[in-house]
Ligand binder design. Structure first.
Ligand SMILES: Nc1ncnc2c1ncn2[C@@H]1O[C@H](COP(=O)(O)OP(=O)(O)OP(=O)(O)O)[C@@H](O)[C@H]1O
Ligand SMILES: [Mg+2]
Length: 252
């Protein structure tokens, strides 16, 4: 698990301010979602935290070290919006991809991708190629590719955005099952209020660009969570709270 600390973080692309001075403390082992309007800077923010993009000002720490260090030591795994599977690698080989590069930095307790593929229902598809999979199945391979690193920080950027609502609902339940109780810190970008509330311990709501937090909402729903959590009156209340915060941010 990783603790993330931001102190007056800023990010600009030339003259364009994408992240205003932002300070934040994310407790290790928490599932935190970031929700906000399109173009507000969510991807940029999580890329800075994942060590893929330098900050302009301020400080970012992942377990007390610079994000680039966490990244080099495979202590952060990323699931992008598009699965980005290599068409010439089988499901099994795609799932191993991050383990196959810079092997010396692999954690000793890396999880066998085959075990995880089985857990996400792809046990019978190990030797097929990505074009033989549905979109939901491809996204599950991308999730396994990241989880196999056993990294203490998992960064997910709208991983289910391209999926239909039924598959998305299944993915929420599956993701909760995979990370609950595992001690991993998850930073999850989404446009879906339902997704944010169903998955998170905490939801951060951003204003339009530049990213500024307009709300920080604790999601006090019991775990483990099944699909039924979405029928809980408290779930509905929390979704309304996030929706109102988004509206406030848009009109601020
Ligand atoms: N590499 C880059 N160079 C210049 N500008 C960029 C770059 N990446 C992002 N931007 C700009 O930063 C702003 C925020 O982009 P970002 O992708 O972080 O938004 P987002 O909140 O993830 O949006 P969405 O919800 O649509 O994915 C946009 O105005 C975008 O044009
Ligand atoms: Mg984005």
């Amino acid at each position: 698990m990783s603790r993330i600390v931001l102190r007056d973080l800023t990010k600009q692309f030339g003259e364009l301010a994408v992240v205003d001075p932002l300070s934040l403390d994310i407790e290790a082992g928490q599932f935190v979602s970031i929700i906000g309007p399109s173009g507000c800077g969510k991807t940029t923010l999580v890329r800075v935290i994942a060590g893929l993009e330098p900050a302009t000002g301020g400080e970012v720490e992942v377990d007390g070290a610079a994000p680039i260090e966490a990244r080099t030591h495979k202590r952060v795994a990323m699931v992008p919006q598009h699965p980005g599977l290599l068409p010439w690698r089988t499901v099994r080989a795609n799932a191993r991809l991050l383990l196959d590069v810079n092997r010396s930095t692999n954690p000793v307790d890396a999880v066998a991708p085959e075990t995880l593929l089985d857990e996400v229902g792809l046990g019978a598809f190990l030797d097929v190629f990505p074009h033989e999979l549905s979109g939901g199945m491809q996204q599950r391979v991308a999730l396994v590719r990241a989880l196999a690193l056993h990294a203490p920080l998992l960064v997910m950027d709208e991983p289910f955005a391209a999926l239909d609502e039924i598959t998305r609902a299944e993915m929420r339940v599956m993701l909760n099952r995979l990370v609950e109780g595992k001690g991993v810190t998850v930073l999850f970008v989404t446009h879906s209020i339902t997704e944010a509330v169903a998955l998170s311990d905490r939801v951060l709501v951003s204003s339009p660009r530049p990213t500024r937090l307009v709300a920080d909402i604790a999601i006090d729903l019991d775990r483990p969570r099944s699909a039924d959590v979405e029928d809980d009156p408290r779930f509905v209340e929390l979704c309304a709270e996030v929706r109102h915060a988004l509206h406030r941010g848009m009109n601020a």
